[in-house]
Design a protein around this ligand. Structure first.
Ligand code: ATP
Ligand code: MG
Ligand code: MG
Length: 553
């Protein structure tokens, strides 16, 4: 009766307000079936951000109702990632915490005549849903079984009397409603899979559609924020909490975030990993958050990016260069500068003594003394980058060429090329130069350099990994642009390794995740593949982004 209903609603709301103290409660509910990606960074910012802005709190709730896809390493990585982004869950919960309550509520739903045990195959259920070439929708033949029989059969499901696929519990919704989310959704299925947390206790597991709204209700979530593909589910969400007469949160939708030239869906990421197209979930070519972290992206840059993209209902594909601009800006502020040489060319400065050494001060950030500085040796033999020398000079070229003068960054005087040495095959192997004395005019260009002085442990050899888009097309899912399907769109040159580049001594005490600007080259981050202690020391760096948009791509 409507009057009674209203009273129930009021008392539920009263209880809810008592539990929350009128605070906003939100939740971030990932399924632990993969690593979080940049899209989840948006979901995290939306949920934590909305609660923070209203003095509320946010749960991290693992939505672990599908034991076949869920693994311990994903649980661990998710929490680490949320913390790394700078968010602290108020409580950490699991949908599986509520398995007993969910089961009781399913029994309750059966008793209310709003659920039934169905023995149709997947094909049969599909047929009942009708369709253009399949005719009208129709009711499941098990739909009108007596309540007692349903209770017994549901018990049988729980007791392991059915094999997988032989029985499901379905909600008795409205087969004639135009919204497919009303076509008697499955609430429980039989699954003989050990659960990461509940072990062998259950051989039936609740579905997302049954679980999600009930967990929100139990946790007194005020705003259940989700992506727009759940728009249709909003009505079935409300249907179920109303049918059970439990507290009803409000669902709001926001648009999914996508990035050009990549894919985010965890199912597809899993495929890239299992097919060994990438090395793992944190391969720096991916846009999972652990991958971006490894690549050198900062939480600050990621959070600023997803906040500025905004919370509209539009599903936006944002150009990857926009995200890169955020990290470039942040790294420009925080990354110390060091000099490196990707493609070394030896330069002997003939008018310096063999044992000449001068300590040169390299500012960690020019025009910002608060970032400090470090020292590097300047010696008779140095390396410059091969791209900074040209044998055929031209008047618009301001770097090194025969008889031309160029500045060496942070060194007092410039050098002039006096001789080019070639091997038998005509390759340039060495440049001879002279250090200019007082009075030489200030050069137009300064280039980076690294001393060749084993006595000073210079240069430091490093391995450099450069990345470009993993997919060739902006939207690998666009079947017109990519008729062969997304897996046919892989860029065969997404990774370039420079096994032996040279860095100045400023890098030698680096730690994993340290970030640098390699002067005139780009932003780089020390990779976890590095070996930083012991005798066989090896520094591996990832290029986070080039110095300027699109250069080096
Ligand atoms: P995927 O298809 O990548 O596996 P999902 O939606 O199944 O995504 P969940 O782990 O269930 O992933 O997501 C947890 C939360 O993050 C959900 O609220 C979901 O709506 C949100 N979310 C997932 N992907 C995105 C995205 N690309 N943009 C914004 N929010 C997202
Ligand atoms: Mg999901
Ligand atoms: Mg999913």
């Amino acid at each position: 009766q409507p009057g009674g209903n209203k009273q129930i609603k009021e008392s539920l709301m009263e209880e809810h307000l008592k539990a929350t103290g009128k605070k906003v409660y939100t939740r971030f509910p990932p399924e632990p079936n993969g690593f979080l990606h940049i899209g989840h960074a948006k979901a995290i910012n939306v949920n934590f951000g909305y609660a923070q802005a209203h003095g509320g709190v946010t749960y991290l709730r693992y939505d672990d109702t599908n034991p076949e896809a869920e693994e311990e390493k994903y649980f661990t990585s998710i929490l680490e990632t949320v913390k790394w982004l700078g968010f602290k869950p108020w409580k950490i919960t699991y949908s599986s915490d509520y398995f007993d309550q969910l089961y009781e509520l399913a029994v309750d739903l059966v008793k209310r005549g709003k659920a039934y045990v169905c023995h149709c195959t997947g094909e049969e259920i599909k047929a009942q849903r009708g369709g253009e070439d399949k005719g009208p929708r129709y009711d499941c033949p098990h739909r009108d079984r007596p309540i007692e029989e349903n209770l017994q059969e549901f018990q049988n499901m729980k007791d392991g009397k059915y094999k997988e696929g032989e029985a499901t519990l379905r909600m008795k919704m409205d087969m004639q409603n135009p919204n497919p989310q009303f076509w008697d959704l499955v609430a429980y299925r039989v699954m003989y899979t050990k659960h990461y947390r509940t072990g062998d206790k259950w051989c039936i597991y609740p579905t997302y559609d049954f679980t999600h709204c009930i967990c929100d209700s139990i946790e007194n979530i005020t705003h259940s924020l989700c992506t727009t593909e759940f728009r249709m589910s909003r009505d079935s969400y409300y249907w179920l909490v109303d049918a059970l007469e439990i507290y009803k949160p409000v669902q709001w939708e926001y648009g999914r975030l996508s990035i050009t030239n990549t894919i985010l869906s965890k199912r597809k990421l899993n495929k890239l990993v299992s097919e060994k197209i990438v090395n793992d979930w944190d391969d720096p070519r991916l846009f999972t958050l652990p991958a971006l972290r490894r690549r050198g992206f900062t939480p600050e840059a990621i959070n600023a990016f997803v906040r500025d993209v905004g919370v509209t209902t539009a599903n936006t594909i944002i150009n990857v260069t926009r995200l890169e601009n955020y990290v470039r800006d942040h790294l420009n502020d925080i990354a110390p500068r060091i000099m490196t040489i990707m493609d070394p060319l030896k330069v002997v400065i003939t008018n310096l003594a063999d044992d000449f050494v001068q300590e040169i001060t390299v500012p960690n950030k020019p025009r910002d003394e608060s970032m400090g500085s470090h020292k590097v040796p300047f010696t008779k033999t140095i390396y410059i980058d091969r791209s900074d020398f040209r044998e055929q000079d031209d008047p618009n070229y301001y770097r090194l060429a025969p008889n031309k003068t160029v500045g060496l960054l942070y060194v007092e005087k410039p050098i002039t090329c006096t001789e080019v040495i070639k091997d038998g095959e005509g390759n340039i192997v060495e440049i001879r130069a002279k250090y200019e004395d007082q009075g030489a005019k200030k050069p137009k260009t300064f280039i980076q350099w690294v001393a060749d002085s084993p006595k000073h442990n210079s240069p430091v050899e490093i391995e450099v990994r450069e990345y470009s888009n993993l997919f060739l097309h902006e939207n690998p899912m666009d079947s017109t642009a990519v008729p062969g399907g997304w897996l046919s769109d892989i860029n065969p040159n997404s990774l370039t390794v420079i096994p032996k580049a040279f860095a100045e001594v400023g890098i030698k005490d680096c730690k994993v995740e340290d970030k640098f600007q390699f002067v005139r080259v780009g932003y780089f981050c020390v990779d976890s593949d590095s070996k930083l202690d012991g005798d066989s020391k090896k520094i591996v760096v990832n290029r986070t982004v080039s110095l300027k948009e699109d250069s080096g791509k």
